[in-house]
Design a protein around this ligand. Structure first.
Ligand code: HXC
Length: 525
């Protein structure tokens, strides 16, 4: 196309985009709950609608709206669409600067061309230079097939920048349509991935290739839908029922995070008030074999309704998520006695380790609530690498320099005691409730091993076992022997937990730790 007519077309297009943005802004912004209700009825929003919905009203500044692809093969020179399938720019979310890109499925299936990638890279560079979060709204058929290796290179440019930005600015991904092939690796390298149920999927190879290679029959939804990744693979940290709840989730998530790794998260104003929480005394059952829901403990300790759970449906034997405590943003890692008695296994170790590392990178203090009977035994666990995966969590806590506080509510057994933010691996304040049992293992198992001969030769072995079990329990099934050695700083009443934690995190606010200079550690990946 001659340059002059291209210029005229571009000017017309610029005016059109401005008009479109204004119309959409009127249609989608303002109106609070009513607007949300309206949106709920719509299944999929367009790329532009998504951007305008998530950003503060009138704050969006588009970058690169006039970019066009450079492909001439396959008749592509006739197919010029301004913006080239991705809306990019910046704006604010709750007044805080945020960079954003949204792939437009209506343009070549949102596929990624060389120029589409350049647009994304441009705002990634800006986000990193300025130090503000970046959000990617993914909805794409993958590499632009007509461009061959140029689009593959574009992906690799994005992957590289994902890694350069990791740990410096928060990177959030929403999957709001297809995300296939190598395209999945950019979201996978960002900090959090949210998937929209029933309208998004992620896989490296789709159902057709799977059928050819392994003869398995599987639908896209089964192979890589939101539910699959939220429960089986852990690729999705959060799922959303539709586009609007997905965008609301992204906003909520950002509210707990700082803009970059040099900031601490925003501390909401808070005045100390009545902080005693009597209900905490009634949650842990007297019988050590009975389970309880650790969510109930979390809810009593934190500021009302402030828990935002991550990976809710994956490895449910451990709970991780953000909350506020006395207005301060914190990360919580908590064993969940309700599922598998709260044991640590391969998936829960990986889940918690990644969360701990995120919090540490972004100056978010860590609270650990501990009730753990140990690591899960069995061939499945050993063969799937419980050693190397359990070590991930041990490593992640050991390297974390943010304020770290632990409360042992009941069991703290074996290696899991060490791993779950013990004093020995650098925790700052360790509390235990009077119901805590800090020992190498449960009293029965311990008695069976160390008094084996005595029990065997006794007149009544069952009675002897019980006697020895009680003896061991009296000595170790409590927090006092750990407290005597200083491994526990204080045995506290459950009802005082909230105030003790508010004070501890406040005391630790200016914590600084110098680490030896090195390129990087070698976390057991
Ligand atoms: C160019 C594409 C495209 C692509 C879709 N389109 N994917 N154009 N490159 N990768 C176009 C279609 O031609 C069509 O154009 C329009 O987008 C909508 O696509 P449909 O197929 O009609 O939509 P739908 O039925 O909803 O199916 C969506 C889809 C399917 C499942 C995503 O389009 C699809 O399978 N696309 C190819 C996916 C793929 O194999 N991508 C490469 C993966 S490998 P018209 O003009 O008809 O509207 C990869 C490598 C990355 O990404 C490696 C990085 C390291």
């Amino acid at each position: 196309m001659p340059f002059a007519s291209l210029r005229i077309k571009a000017h017309k297009m610029e005016a059109k985009i401005k008009d479109l943005n204004e119309k959409l802004a009127l249609a989608y912004l303002g109106g609070g709950q009513e607007r949300i209700d309206k949106q709920h009825q719509k299944k999929k929003l367009t790329a532009r609608e998504r951007v305008l919905y998530i950003l503060d009203e009138g704050s969006f500044e588009e970058i690169g709206a006039l970019v066009i692809h450079r492909t001439t093969e396959f008749g592509m020179e006739e197919e010029i669409i301004y913006g080239d399938g991705v809306v990019t720019g910046y704006g604010t979310i709750n007044g805080r600067l945020t960079y954003i890109f949204a792939q437009d499925f209506t343009v070549f299936g949102g596929s990624l061309s060389e120029t589409h990638a350049e647009k994304i890279c441009k705002i990634m560079d800006l986000a990193l230079k300025v130090g503000a979060p970046i959000i990617g709204l993914n909805d794409s058929g993958g590499a632009r097939i007509q461009e061959g290796v140029r689009s593959l290179g574009g992906y690799a440019d994005i992957f590289y920048k994902n890694v350069q930005s990791s740990g410096i600015i928060p990177q959030l991904s929403a999957i709001m349509g297809p995300c296939a092939g190598g395209a999945v690796y950019s979201p996978a390298m960002t900090d959090f991935t949210i998937m929209v149920e029933n309208s998004s999927y992620m896989f490296v190879t789709g159902p057709n290739v799977v059928k050819t290679v392994t003869n398995e029959e599987v639908t896209s939804e089964e192979l890589g839908g939101a539910n699959t990744h939220a429960t089986k693979s852990g690729v999705a940290h959060i799922t959303a029922t539709n586009d609007v709840t997905c965008l609301e989730d992204l906003k909520k998530l950002l509210s707990y995070l700082p803009q970059n790794n040099k900031e601490i998260p925003k501390h909401l104003p808070y005045q100390l008030q009545e902080e005693v929480r009597e209900n905490l005394s009634n949650i842990v059952p007297g019988n050590a074999n009975k389970s309880y829901d650790m969510h109930a403990v979390i809810a009593e300790i934190i500021d009302a309704n402030s828990f935002y759970e991550i990976h809710k449906d994956f490895a449910e034997n451990i709970i991780v998520g953000f909350a506020r405590l006395g207005g301060r943003s914190i990360g919580i890692v908590a064993n969940q006695p309700l599922i598998l008695a709260g044991v640590l296994d391969v998936n829960s170790s990986k889940k918690a380790a990644r969360f701990v590392r995120f919090c540490d990178a972004f100056n978010i203090p860590l609270l650990v609530l501990e009730d753990v009977p140990g690591f899960l035994p069995g061939t499945d666990q050993e063969w799937n690498g419980i050693i190397v995966n359990g070590a991930k969590l041990l490593y992640a806590f050991s390297e974390a320099t943010v304020p770290r506080v632990t409360v042992i509510t009941r069991k703290a057994y074996g290696g899991a005691y060490d791993v779950m933010n013990s004093k020995h691996i650098g925790a700052d304040m360790n509390f235990a409730w009077p119901s805590a049992e800090i020992a190498v293992m449960g009293a029965k198992g311990a008695a069976e091993i160390i008094f084996k001969r005595e029990i065997k030769s006794a007149e009544n072995p069952d009675e002897k076992l019980k006697e020895k079990e009680n003896e061991y329990a009296a000595l170790f099934a409590n927090p006092y022997s750990a407290a005597q050695r200083g491994f526990i700083d204080e045995v506290i009443l459950p009802k005082d937990t909230r105030i003790k934690l508010i004070k501890a995190f406040s005391m630790l606010e200016n914590k600084e730790v110098e680490r030896p200079n090195r390129k990087h550690g070698n976390i057991p990946l």
